[in-house]
Ligand binder design. Structure first.
Ligand code: HEC
Length: 146
């Protein structure tokens, strides 16, 4: 009987340690995520040159919990959309985008999130992107046509 109680206590102790460790692990990954977000804002600021104007929209984007459309585009989408790999519509290429924007922005969001066969991969290969990040990147590409 006493042995049983002891082993049970051991088990409970082990579970507690496991739960605590899981807690620490997720806390530290949140920390590194925050560090990454902060560094993204820093990057945008450097790239933009004029920090006073560049910092404002990126600070807003991170307050909403997402990356800016431009940074998502630059990091992943540009791989194909800058030079038109596999027939990808190029950034700012009005004739290539016109039949696509004609479908409506929601269709374009859907293509970004779920992909469009054969060339456009789901999430545009930005696997850490949220749907909102992807929509922001689509908005950035569509806005670049104006
Ligand atoms: C591996 C290359 C590749 C990457 C990376 C990529 N795309 Fe694409 N994308 C394509 C190709 C190719 C098409 C054209 C697909 C077609 O019409 O057959 C396309 C089309 C699109 C379209 C038009 C869809 C439509 O319905 O007409 C949108 C919007 C789009 N991409 C958004 C994005 C976004 C946002 C990212 C980054 C998060 C991204 N893409 C990354 C290759 C890529």
């Amino acid at each position: 009987m006493e042995i049983n109680v002891k082993t049970n206590m051991k088990k409970i102790g082990f579970i507690l340690v496991a739960v605590l460790m899981a807690g620490f692990a997720s806390a530290s990954s949140i920390e590194s995520e925050i560090a990454e977000r902060i560094s993204k804002v820093g990057e945008v600021c450097v790239e933009g040159g004029d920090c006073a104007t560049a910092a404002a929209p990126s600070a807003m984007a991170s307050a909403e919990g997402g990356a800016s459309g431009e940074s998502v585009y630059t990091k992943t989408c540009a791989t194909c959309h800058a030079i038109g790999v596999a027939g990808a519509p190029k950034l700012g290429d009005m004739p290539a985008w016109e039949p696509r924007t004609a479908k409506g922005i929601d269709v374009l969001y859907d293509s970004a999130i779920n992909g469009l066969a054969p060339g456009m991969p789901a999430k545009g290969m930005c696997f850490t992107c949220s749907d909102d990040d992807l929509k922001a990147a689509v908005d950035y590409m569509v806005d670049s046509l104006k």
